[in-house]
Design a protein around this ligand. Structure first.
Ligand SMILES: [Zn+2]
Ligand SMILES: [Zn+2]
Length: 249
């Protein structure tokens, strides 16, 4: 059994819960320790039973609650060296740096941290898999390429970024430089690109999609969902056994 449950997901704060037969994992702690603990309590998962924390990158929407969380619950943290360098006051005794794009094992679970195109020190997404299942966390993607698609394909469940609607972003109130950053090759994935990615991955066998890391300024859950649905309609994709949800902020 391999579960992926987004606890928080938006450009304001991210935290995802992953559970395997022997492990309880958090990917990112980008909201307060209190809110993470409350969300875990709702799943009847006491915070002290978390075995490992994986960090995608050092931007505050992914690490803002980490320091306080670790003070209360000294749990091992896994990330790239570059990410650790970017996290302020990381307790060294809890830091377990890894080399991205290399698999490693943990209690029957294989972890594959993969490099992502994003403007941070050394960012990565994650796939976790056992003998029969595979789940993927893929947000903060400036663009999609074949290598990323190959990594993500055949996941049972994918948490995929669907950050912004390009027209909303272009006409929105963000300063020009920020718009360029988001739209750029190392920024964030648009609804349209996310929709094409979903179409490709359905053809490769994925059935469960959770659209994630939505911008609160330049997107709406219904718009993200509708963009994907219309892409799939154009592609004549049978949706009868496909689940597409939007992660709650
Ligand atoms: Zn980021
Ligand atoms: Zn982010």
């Amino acid at each position: 059994m391999l579960k992926l449950i987004p606890l928080f997901s938006s450009s304001k704060g991210n935290c995802t819960y992953i559970e395997s037969d022997h492990l309880r994992i958090l990917v990112d702690i980008g909201v307060s320790c209190k809110r993470v603990t409350e969300a875990l309590n709702q799943l009847e998962v006491p915070s002290e039973t978390i075995n490992a924390i994986f960090i995608t990158h050092e931007h505050s929407d992914h690490v803002s609650g980490l320091k306080v969380f670790l003070k209360k619950y000294p749990i091992p943290v896994f990330a790239t060296n570059g990410t650790f360098r970017g996290i302020k006051e990381m307790p060294q005794e809890l830091a377990h740096p890894f080399t991205p794009n290399h698999k490693f094992q943990m209690e029957g679970l294989t972890v594959f941290p993969f490099s992502i195109p994003h403007d941070a020190n050394e960012p990565c997404g994650y796939t976790f898999f056992n003998k029969t299942e595979k789940v993927t966390v893929a947000t903060d993607l400036g663009h999609i390429n074949l290598e990323l698609l190959n990594i993500m394909e055949k996941s049972n469940t994918i948490l995929l970024e669907s950050n912004h609607d390009v027209d909303m972003l272009r006409t929105g109130k963000y300063p020009y430089s920020l718009k360029q950053r988001i739209i750029g090759n190392f920024g964030h994935l648009s609804n349209a690109t996310s929709a094409k990615t979903v179409e490709y991955l359905i053809k490769k066998g994925t059935k469960n999609f959770i659209l994630a890391h939505l911008s609160e300024e330049n997107n709406f859950p219904d718009l993200a969902l509708e963009t994907v649905r219309s892409q799939l309609k154009i592609g004549n994709i049978d949706l009868s056994d496909i689940s597409i949800q939007v992660a709650q902020p």
